[in-house]
Design a protein. Structure first.
Length: 135
């Protein structure tokens, strides 16, 4: 009877060990799936935060002086295009070099005029250009 009791205890120990190991594998798989989901969400949020300084201008009406400030602060990073009533083809600024103070120039940005901002995105949903259209 002593040997049969030891055999049952050994069998129960093996079964419990198998259950614990199985639960360990199950939990590690679930943790990996949760980690992958979290990583994907973090990447999506990261790409949104990369463009947060530009997204505020999408659909926003700003004054011409703010447009000039945007050109001076962001034109080296992305393209900034300005469409005025005098120049419907628009002018694209790819550097911070701007001289908006010549009133006779067709690209003159009136500091008190209103401009509507619009974002242009590439296939990766990254902002590549801000277009300001005079209203």
């Amino acid at each position: 009877m002593d040997n049969s009791l030891k055999g049952l205890i050994l069998a129960a120990g093996v079964i419990i060990t198998c259950i614990v190991v199985g639960l360990g594998f199950f939990i590690s798989r679930e943790a990996k799936n949760a980690s992958d989901t979290g990583t994907n969400q973090l990447s999506a949020m990261s790409s949104q935060f990369n463009n947060v300084e530009y997204t505020m201008y999408n659909g926003l009406k700003v004054t011409g002086s703010e447009v000039v400030n945007v050109i001076k602060s962001h034109a080296g990073k992305i393209q900034v295009s300005v469409i005025t009533k005098a120049n419907t083809a628009g002018k694209t600024y790819i550097s911070k070099d701007i001289s908006p103070y010549n009133i006779s120039d067709e690209n003159y940005i009136n500091p008190s005029a209103l401009f509507l901002g619009q974002l242009i995105r590439n296939s990766n949903e990254e902002v590549t250009e801000i277009v300001f259209t005079q209203q």
